[in-house]
Design a binder for this molecule. Structure first.
Ligand code: TYM
Length: 344
């Protein structure tokens, strides 16, 4: 097995990123190692250039993101952690894969529709091609599984189509590009905004009050959860029903994930609760317990930028060794560049 996932170095990482993705990365790292496979994690700085951004800040955010991933438990001795822009093979493979990507499919991507509607000045071509770069990220490594949150499901489906179309068109249906599986957690794949629980917690929309950041102090986490929007059902009922009770359901999911138990178990544990206040308090305690060790480790890791660059550079060297092989195969099958085999 080979695991691959990517994360954008934009904004501040929130509880949705942590629960939907980062904790799964750490779990996959352990699982891959136990199975004799490997795990690869990429900070996707090139994806971050598809919407307006500040170049100096982008560098800083890459360090922030790397430090969070390391603080959360990724271990460069056991996984490959690198920065996308350090491995040029991603961008070349992306271009080659545009040959087997349907324009109409890219036009249907909900993330493209949402993000292009938010742009005031320029909808960049990069925003449109974003999912092809994402496909290249994964396919370059012939990864078998991709841990992500629910919002990436459509991109994963597109990447599977791209791999299949490449294999059919250029490889006589051999699985030269491995068709990867999405690994989306059963609970916590779509953490909702605390103030607007019908919208996902997101870096680009919503307010600070609706998001818990991975690096928030305990007091801040408690305050945000205390003010979380629930509902006005009287008497209050603590049940999981995303449609009718989105706020309460979101808190129950957070609590279940943070405690490492099931939703049924957390509901049972709150059987004597006097109202939503108890649910919020229990969730705040569990989330603080989940995030505190990460925040405590973060400071020292983030402070040493040279060490972070070393980790990323070592990761990039390992990543490139794999991606370059795939790219050579793809170039040869597509008839691009010199005929390496004929000259050898
Ligand atoms: P990004 O950086 O937006 O988010 C990183 C991961 O966090 C998950 N996530 C959530 N999970 C649960 N609830 C939420 N509210 C929530 N918000 C975000 C995302 O699903 C994601 O797994 N396009 C990707 C980055 C990427 C990538 C890749 C991922 C680039 N190349 C290759 C996988 C494989 C993205 O923007 O993630």
């Amino acid at each position: 097995m080979r695991v691959f996932s990517g994360i954008q170095p934009t904004g501040r990482k929130h509880l949705g990123n942590y629960i939907g993705a980062i904790r799964q990365y750490v779990e996959s790292q352990e699982r891959a190692q136990a199975a004799g496979g490997d795990s690869i994690f990429c900070i996707v700085d090139l994806h971050a250039t598809t919407v307006p951004y500040d170049p100096a800040e982008l560098r800083e955010r890459v360090y922030d993101t790397a430090a969070i991933l390391l603080a959360a438990g990724l271990d460069p001795e056991r996984c490959i952690l690198f920065r996308q822009g350090d491995v040029v093979e991603h961008t070349e493979l992306m271009w080659l894969l545009t040959a087997v990507t349907a324009h109409g499919d890219l036009n249907r991507m909900t993330q493209f529709k949402d993000k292009s509607a938010q742009q005031r000045e320029l909808v960049s071509a990069g925003l449109f091609l974003y999912p092809v770069l994402m496909a290249a990220d994964v396919l370059a490594y012939k990864a078998t599984e991709v841990p992500v949150g629910e919002d990436q499901r459509q991109h994963l489906e597109l990447m599977r189509d791209v791999a299949q179309r490449f294999n059919a068109r250029f490889a006589g249906d051999r699985e030269v590009l491995v068709v990867p599986e999405a690994r989306i957690p059963e609970v916590g794949a779509r953490i909702m905004d605390l103030q607007e629980p019908t919208r996902k917690m997101s870096t680009t929309s919503g307010t600070d009050e609706g998001r818990v950041y991975v690096l928030d102090e305990a007091k801040v986490v408690e305050k945000k959860l205390k003010r979380a929007v629930t509902d006005s059902e009287d008497p209050p009922r603590i049940v999981h029903d995303r449609g009718a009770k989105p706020g309460v359901s979101n808190l129950l999911e957070l609590l279940a994930v943070a405690r490492g138990t099931s939703i049924d178990e957390v509901v049972a544990s709150l059987a004597d609760a006097r109202g939503y206040g108890d649910l919020k308090k229990a969730t705040a305690d569990a989330v603080v317990e989940l995030l505190t060790p990460v925040r405590e480790r973060y400071g020292a890791i983030r402070a040493d930028e040279d060490a972070l660059e070393d980790v990323l550079a070592a990761g990039a060297a390992k990543a490139r060794a794999i991606a370059a092989q795939t790219l050579a195969e793809v170039r040869a099958l597509m008839g691009v560049g010199p005929n390496v085999r004929a000259r050898a």
